[in-house]
Design a protein around this ligand. Structure first.
Ligand code: NAP
Length: 305
């Protein structure tokens, strides 16, 4: 059987695409991945998604998205895609030994925040450790925090966090930022921001909540504990595109390239959410793009008939 539409990935982009595609009677098959729900499964309170004036827990919100997609007939497969062949239609998508054929595809496999991989980090995620200032900054009003990284994201997050925090310390492993000059100048000029050059975080301290970080000065080879209430890790994201390498056009950083609207380099294959967008990276923008991809795919399928 050839499906009309397969959606790969189940964050806000994929599930919104599923709601629209299902309501257009395309009976989509959604291959949700082993880490279903995407990055929101790692957050606690989401307070900036419109329609939830009292906030909502990330996992709960994704469960609601999923229910809505299923209500209109989306079928959901909990597996990871292992291989694809987009060289001709119908397109082929493998899940282990099982192959699925489809006329159209929407890719919404997202991106994963890079983590330091130091002790304490995983345990305290959502309890003072975060990779998203826009999501979690609000919880650090009048608190002291660190931001790890030296790229544009780290500096942007540090500047954003000054709206809430009483003090922001940027921890960077070298003595020079990778970020653009203009961002660096803004950071240097900000009186709430301090910089620790040549420092790495060796451990994030705390039992139920972050109480500090253990720093090592890589030049002096000395360690020191710094008391803080939060640690924002901003060392980049990795788009989840390895399975599409060689099949679709990717940019230098591995993000899927889109051309007209949500179309990828292969006609009939569309993409939405953080797998394309490294600028906004919000649940609501990903959901919006998921809707666009479903509408684009629906129109494209109609044009093929
Ligand atoms: P990025 O440019 O790759 O920077 C990552 C930073 O994290 C680098 O400073 C890197 O250090 C550091 N880092 C990486 N791994 C680390 C580790 N294990 N331990 C400690 N530090 C580590 O990533 P990004 O800042 O997310 O930016 C991604 C892209 O989006 C860039 O092209 C950026 O310009 C763009 N962006 C633009 C804006 C804007 O214009 N407003 C905002 C955000 C992002 P090193 O420098 O030593 O390698």
């Amino acid at each position: 059987m050839t499906e009309q539409m397969i959606i790969v990935g189940s964050g806000p982009a994929g599930l919104t695409a599923a709601v629209y595609a299902a309501r257009a009677s395309l009976q989509p098959l959604l291959i949700e991945g082993i880490e279903a729900g995407g990055q929101l499964m790692l957050t606690t309170d989401v307070e900036n998604y419109p329609g939830f004036p009292d906030g909502v827990m990330g996992p709960e919100m994704m469960e609601l998205f999923r229910k809505q997609a299923e209500r209109f007939g989306t079928r959901i497969l909990r597996s990871d895609v292992t291989k694809v062949d987009f060289s001709k239609r119908p397109f082929k998508i493998w899940v282990g030994d099982e192959v699925h054929e489809t006329e159209a595809v929407i890719i919404s496999t997202g991106a994963s925040a890079r983590w330091l991989g130091v002790p304490g980090e995983e345990k305290l995620r959502g309890h003072g450790v975060s990779a998203c200032a826009t999501c979690d900054g609000f919880f650090f009003r009048d608190r002291e925090i660190v931001v790890v990284g030296g790229g544009d994201s780290a500096l942007e997050e540090a500047l954003f966090l000054t709206k809430f925090a009483s003090k922001v310390t940027i921890i960077h492993r070298r003595d020079e930022f990778r970020a653009s000059k203009i961002m660096a100048e803004r950071v240097f000029a900000h009186d709430k921001i301090k910089i620790r050059w040549n420092n790495v975080v060796e451990e994030i301290l705390g039992d139920d909540a972050v109480t500090g970080v253990l720093l090592r000065d890589v030049v002096k080879d000395e360690t020191e504990e710094l008391s803080v209430d939060g640690a924002f890790i901003a060392i980049g994201h990795t788009p989840n595109t390895s399975v599409f390498d060689g099949q679709l056009s990717l940019d230098a950083k591995g993000y899927l390239e889109t051309f007209e609207n949500t179309s990828t380099s292969v006609a009939g294959v569309f993409a939405a959410g953080d797998v394309v967008d490294f600028t906004y990276r919000q649940a609501v923008t990903a959901a919006g793009m998921g809707c666009e991809a479903a509408l684009d795919a629906e129109r494209w399928l109609e044009s093929q008939e």
